[in-house]
Structures are given as structure tokens and as C-alpha cells.
Design a protein around this ligand. Structure first.
Ligand SMILES: [Ca+2]
Ligand SMILES: [Ca+2]
Ligand SMILES: [Ca+2]
Length: 273
């Protein structure tokens, strides 16, 4: 009897197949400026296989400020997450992040260093160059504690709940002196209490003011005192002795019957704060 040698194909064989799950790589992008006590938004992003990206990643962030590590759960379809954190002290902080894919593979840690600075503050503001009259509002000048590259789009003017469009207003920001100048000469402001809200990117700063036609001394009442101010400067123009900016209620450079009429037509009006 002849026996064939065992056929190689009849020998049981095992083969191990390794599924390579690559670990994600993570990036963290801080905002351009990080202010103390103002929420700062960091962009987290991880790269991995398309399936893992589609499933989203768990992110663990150590903010470097002594607070507990923060875990952001995976969210399908949202591999990129914008996460806000508020630092409560100034100084340099090293933020560390790791991403974990759906199969548990963890990225290497990635760090970014941020410098937390004090939020901008309002140093000073003036209406109409410091004049007292509130009959016509020409401009608002203000100085902040730092150059925040302000644009008109960051300003919002309201009268109570009413939004006042700044379409016809001019605005210049001077970075060197951190000074903003809002020109309102072409903006019709009715009598009322106003708030200019300045979004500095590091919090909102408010300047409150009011407009009251005929109020030459800015005491929220139109009465004989205002008429006296106009009468005392009557007939005078800018630059002349006796001219008074507070008597020039329509700000046309001269004190005349037009200003007097503004007082007489509004006498008795008051504006509660
Ligand atoms: Ca993976
Ligand atoms: Ca008055
Ligand atoms: Ca006038």
C-alpha cells in the first residue's frame, strides 16, 4: 500500500491578521488673545482614518491652570470641536490635549502655550468733547486700556430695547492711543437714554449717555436755566468771545434763534435716568 505523503494543503494552518488601528494625531488652536475671566474658545481637531474621523473623538484637555482635566465625549460627525475655557488668572499657561478614537487608540499629547492677559477696560469717555449740552450728540470719544483693533461692527447702540443703526455713523480707531471716535452727527437720535456697547473681544464695555433736545446744561430738564445759557451767548459764533458750545444746541457754530427755538419748543421736557 502506498501512502502518499501528507499533502501540505491538509495541514491545518493558522494565520493571524492584525487590524492596524492607527492612533489619531491631534491639534489645538488657541484664540489670538486670551483674557482673564473671559471665555476663550480653542479649536480641537484630530486626524485619523475616515471611519474614525466620522465617529468623532474623545478629547481630554488639561488647561494647565490647576483645574481638573476636562473630557469631551466623542460626537459623531464632529471631529472638530470648539471648546471654551475661562482662565481666572493672568500668566502663561500650557494647555495639553489628547484625542482618543472609537477603538481606544490615544494620540500623543499636544500642547499649546497661551498668555492670559487682563481684559480691556474703559479708561475714559466723553460726549461732544466734554460739552454739557445733550441737545445734539455729535461724537463719542473713548479710550481703552489696550489696542483691540476695534471696528464699527463691534459697536452696538441701543435706546432701551431699541437698536439704533450706526449705518450713517463714522468710526475711527487709533491703535497707538487705544482711542475710538464714533461720529454721530449724521445719526438721528431722538430723546432718550442710550447705551453704546463696545465688544472688545475680551468682554463688552458700556458707555451710557442721553439725548434731550433743548438741554443746554445736561441736567435732564429743559427749563429757564437752558434758555439763560442760550441768551447769554446769543449772537456769538465759534471763536468769538462769549461763545458757549453748550448754548449752540444744534451745533452749527452759532448761537441764534434756532437754538432759542429748540429750548422754547422743548421747555418742560424731562428725561428720567
Ligand atoms: Ca484610529
Ligand atoms: Ca437743562
Ligand atoms: Ca446753533
Amino acid at each position: 500500500m502506498i501512502r502518499d505523503a501528507p499533502d501540505a494543503t491538509n495541514i491545518a494552518k493558522t494565520a493571524s491578521v492584525t487590524v492596524n488601528n492607527s492612533k489619531p494625531t491631534v491639534t489645538i488652536t488657541p484664540p489670538s488673545k486670551v483674557y482673564r475671566n473671559v471665555a476663550a474658545t480653542f479649536a480641537l481637531r484630530a486626524l485619523d482614518s475616515p471611519q474614525d474621523v466620522a465617529a468623532g473623538f474623545k478629547y481630554v484637555i488639561n488647561w494647565g491652570d490647576g483645574t481638573a482635566a476636562q473630557t469631551i465625549g466623542a460626537k459623531a460627525g464632529n471631529a472638530t470641536r470648539n471648546i471654551a475655557h475661562t482662565f481666572t488668572a493672568t500668566g502663561t499657561r500650557t494647555v495639553t490635549v489628547r484625542a482618543t478614537d472609537r477603538n481606544g487608540a490615544q494620540s500623543d499629547p499636544v500642547t499649546t502655550t497661551v498668555t492670559v492677559i487682563a481684559a480691556p477696560t474703559l479708561q475714559s469717555s466723553s460726549i461732544n468733547g466734554g460739552a454739557k449740552q445733550r441737545s445734539r450728540i455729535m461724537n463719542i470719544l473713548f479710550t481703552l486700556s489696550q489696542d483691540v483693533g476695534l471696528t464699527k461692527g463691534k459697536l452696538k447702540l441701543t435706546r432701551g430695547a431699541v437698536n439704533v443703526a450706526l449705518t450713517n455713523a463714522s468710526f475711527t480707531w487709533t491703535g497707538g492711543t487705544q482711542t475710538g471716535n464714533l461720529g454721530l452727527s449724521s445719526t438721528n437720535l431722538v430723546d432718550g437714554n442710550y447705551r453704546l456697547a463696545i465688544d472688545t473681544g475680551g468682554g463688552v464695555l458700556n458707555i451710557d449717555f442721553f439725548r434731550l433736545a433743548g438741554d443746554a446744561n445736561g441736567d435732564r430738564k429743559v427749563n429757564a436755566s437752558d434758555l439763560t445759557i442760550v441768551n447769554n451767548a446769543f449772537g456769538k459764533s465759534t471763536g468769538q468771545a462769549g461763545f458757549n458750545v453748550n448754548a449752540d444746541l444744534n451745533v452749527d457754530g452759532k448761537v441764534d434763534n434756532k437754538d432759542k427755538t429748540i429750548v422754547t419748543q422743548n421747555t418742560g421736557h424731562t428725561l428720567p435716568a
